[in-house]
Design a binder for this molecule. Structure first.
Ligand code: TRP
Ligand code: SF4
Length: 404
């Protein structure tokens, strides 16, 4: 059993919605691409999550999965730096979900805000199902299965991460308290050696008696460095710090990215269902056409009406794509009616096309070679499974499900 440094491990998941757009790229993927060089990253295409809302129409899901995988790779998610895989190819997600379902109070699930919201938002679908109610727990299993400490998500997902933390805490509380825990923890402290043991005891005291959070952090860092004690002892000592049992499943923390919001072609949130998206694999002609058709400041009815970029849906895109210099000139031209809107859109069209060009070249490599894509996903699933199996071995043991 290897020791997982959960603070260095990142997991995130995305529902297979098909081809990705610039909103995904700027809001999520660019962040992942940075993280993959700094952390041990697992990126999961959560096809079972798609079933929770789309079980009546499963046909398109598999194509959506493949399209999304191509777009991740096209955007620069690298199989040599990160593990990318399809959730259903790692059946351990289902086993952990099942085991966690035993300890998850129904009321916790009913309280998750997305439960009611989505039911109201998707009125045509029958969502009073077991699977839909349980999907935050499935997401919890996705994360805890890898003992990932960090989960990059958008603000809308924060309640789900908080939920996952509560489930982990409950699990550790129930199953991390083995008989004789305190004695075992005290024995483990002695194995640290005299100096480290004293330090650990002092830090633990400072946290437990004075609530000194810094002492807790220091003690955790100290434990992480210890090479000579077993994984089990390390988990005991992590748990003992806070007065609980072993930390079998560490509590994950959200990692909010401060990515700029990229609005869609009509100024509202870019999304496939809003029909206002520029897709990563849109051709140059499509990009040009979409941007040319974008509405602008409604005050500019005629070419010689002055406008105001602050009232124009094109402007936020300029803020992402063009330089401050270009923008200063365009702003001046807009306000003085010195330029027309098509002229203003020119540099934006070029910048988007230029950004997408290398992505599309990479996408073509995978589109032309489905075998390559399949082998990347199979390898990712294999790597993910190895980690998942290790967690489950411990989870089964903690639950007394070891019959050999
Ligand atoms: N529920 C997330 C969403 O709708 C997707 C997701 C599933 C996820 N499992 C995850 C995100 C695990 C982060 C970690 O966007
Ligand atoms: Fe918008 Fe540019 Fe037209 Fe001004 S000139 S209204 S900023 S598109």
């Amino acid at each position: 059993m290897s020791l997982v440094d959960s603070e260095r491990r990142v997991l995130s998941g995305m529902r297979p919605s098909g081809r990705l757009h610039l909103g995904h790229y700027h809001g999520v993927l660019k962040n992942w691409i940075k993280l993959q060089h700094e952390y041990e990253c697992f990126f999961c295409i959560v096809d079972w999550h798609a079933l929770t809302t789309n079980y009546q129409e499963v046909g398109p899901i598999s194509q959506h999965v493949m399209d999304m995988a191509v777009d991740w790779l096209a955007a620069g998610v690298s199989p040599s730096s990160a593990t990318l895989f399809i959730q259903s190819q790692v059946p351990e997600h289902a086993e952990l979900h099942l085991l966690l379902s035993m300890i998850c109070p129904l009321s916790w699930l009913e309280r998750v805000p997305s439960y009611k919201e989505q039911q109201d938002r998707l009125p045509g679908r029958e969502l009073a199902t077991y699977g839909f109610l349980g999907y935050p727990l499935l997401q919890t299993a996705d994360i805890l299965l890898y003992r990932a400490g960090l989960v990059p998500v958008g603000a809308d997902q924060l309640p789900h991460i908080e939920f996952a933390r509560e489930v982990a805490r409950r699990f550790n509380h129930l199953y991390g308290r083995e008989p004789g825990f305190e004695l075992k923890a005290e024995a483990a402290i002695r194995k640290l050696g005299k100096k480290t043991a004293t330090l650990y005891n002092n830090l633990r005291k400072a946290f437990q008696e004075q609530g000194d959070v810094e002492a807790l952090e220091t003690a955790r860092a100290l434990l992480k460095e210890q090479q000579s004690i077993t994984l089990g002892d390390k988990e005991r000592l992590f748990g003992y710090l806070e007065g609980g049992g072993r930390v079998l499943l560490p509590e994950p923390r959200p990692l909010l990215s401060e990515a700029p919001k990229l609005p869609g072609l009509d100024g509202s949130k870019m999304s496939k269902s809003n029909g206002n998206a520029i897709f990563l694999r849109d051709s140059n002609a499509e990009v040009e056409e979409k941007i040319r058709r974008m509405p602008t400041d409604p005050a500019r009815v005629h070419r010689d009406d002055p406008g105001n970029p602050a009232h124009c849906p094109v402007w936020p895109l300029h803020e992402v794509y063009t330089s401050a210099e270009t923008r200063a000139a365009l702003q001046q031209g807009c306000q003085s009616a010195g330029i027309g809107c098509l002229e203003c859109k020119g540099p934006l069209i070029e910048a988007v096309q230029k950004e997408l060009q290398p992505l599309q070249a990479r996408a073509a490599d995978y589109q032309d070679n489905p075998e390559l894509l399949r082998s990347i996903l199979a390898e990712g699933a294999e790597r993910a499974r190895n980690e998942a199996r290790e967690t489950l071995t411990e989870v089964r043991l903690a639950l007394g499900l070891n019959y050999r």
